[in-house]
Design a binder for this molecule. Structure first.
Ligand code: RB5
Length: 153
């Protein structure tokens, strides 16, 4: 893992700080795209920043956190090439890497406790994509993306 980006809204701020501290202790380079405080902000502004870093290939993977994870899920998955996966348990964190090649981990800061969240992050980071039949399915998703992009022209 070269570098990760991370962002949240106010509801995810505390968990974002906790994740940054843990990753930094593990020697993982993580760029914080904000916010810098718990002042109220709009989650799309921060989800967009992280999704853009991925589609611009500045980083391969990122993490976004809002209150439930739902708002961030809606935002980031509008970007073709972003595979954002909302995880509230370790099994999903593992499977979304193995089967879905998740490149964006989404969590709800008001849903998961810090201990569970760190287990989710560590599992998601440590698990590889299995490829094979799962790649065929991702290829089909990419075809949808192409249809949408073509339709916008
Ligand atoms: C903010 O109050 C909250 O709406 C936001 O963090 C998120 O949960 C939205 O889906």
């Amino acid at each position: 893992m070269k570098k990760l980006v991370i962002a949240s809204d106010h509801a995810g701020f505390e968990l974002k700080q906790c994740v940054i501290e843990s990753l930094s202790q593990d020697g993982i380079l993580v760029e914080d795209l904000g916010p810098k405080s718990t002042n109220s902000v709009d989650y799309p502004d921060y989800g967009i920043k992280v999704a853009q870093s991925i589609i611009n290939k500045e980083v391969e993977r990122g993490i976004v956190i809002c209150g439930t994870g739902i708002g961030m899920s809606i935002v980031v998955n509008r970007f073709p090439g972003v595979r954002g996966t909302l995880c509230g348990d370790v099994y999903t964190a593992k499977m979304c890497r193995e089967h879905n090649d998740s490149n964006l981990l989404i969590m709800g800061g008001r849903v998961v406790g810090k201990g569970l969240a760190l287990e989710i992050v560590n599992t998601w980071l440590a698990t590889s994509f299995e490829g094979g039949r799962h790649q065929r399915r991702l290829d089909k998703i990419n075809q949808i993306d192409s249809i949408l992009i073509e339709g916008e022209k």
